[in-house]
Design a binder for this molecule. Structure first.
Ligand code: DQA
Length: 143
């Protein structure tokens, strides 16, 4: 077991070109590289999956039970992604929920996450740094 699952949901594949005033200018490739740098401290590598369809994300969770932990930005699936929620309920390792933007400072429909009660930790509003911090949290806490 030496991989970390980095899971990104709908509309996150176009980071860098997506509302940069909200989500910043780092691309998903930049973020994947940054997470890789952080977890290298434990000799882990990153299995990065981004998909716009919930079913593909569910499948990615199911296929990666052997990872040491996960970092998940579900995008708008935070709001009503019940099948992703159920997939993560059966994920056997710690995982961190990350949102680039401060969802609580935005529209009220972003204020609840159906996934959050299952997460080991949650980081919001710190942009791409949030992924690095989530990776550091896994490095520091995973057995
Ligand atoms: C997001 C916040 C969500 O509300 C939004 O739907 C996204 C991105 C974030 O990273 O800030 O797609 O998860």
């Amino acid at each position: 077991m030496s991989d970390v699952l980095l899971l990104n949901g709908p509309n996150l594949g176009i980071l860098g070109r997506r509302e940069p005033e909200i989500y910043g200018t780092d691309t998903l490739a930049d973020i994947e590289r940054a997470v890789g740098e952080e977890v290298a401290a434990r000799g882990w590598r990153v299995v990065a999956v981004q998909h716009d369809c919930e079913g593909a994300l569910v499948r990615a969770v199911q296929e990666n039970y052997d990872t040491v932990g996960a970092i998940v930005n579900p995008g708008a699936l935070m709001i009503a992604g019940w099948s992703l929620r159920d997939a993560l309920a059966n994920y056997p390792r710690p995982w961190m929920e990350v949102h680039l933007s401060n969802v609580w400072a935005r529209e009220s429909f972003r204020h609840d996450s159906v996934l959050a009660p299952l997460a080991s930790g949650i980081i919001v509003g710190l942009g791409s740094l949030g992924y690095r911090l989530a990776a550091r949290a896994l490095v520091a806490t995973v057995d």
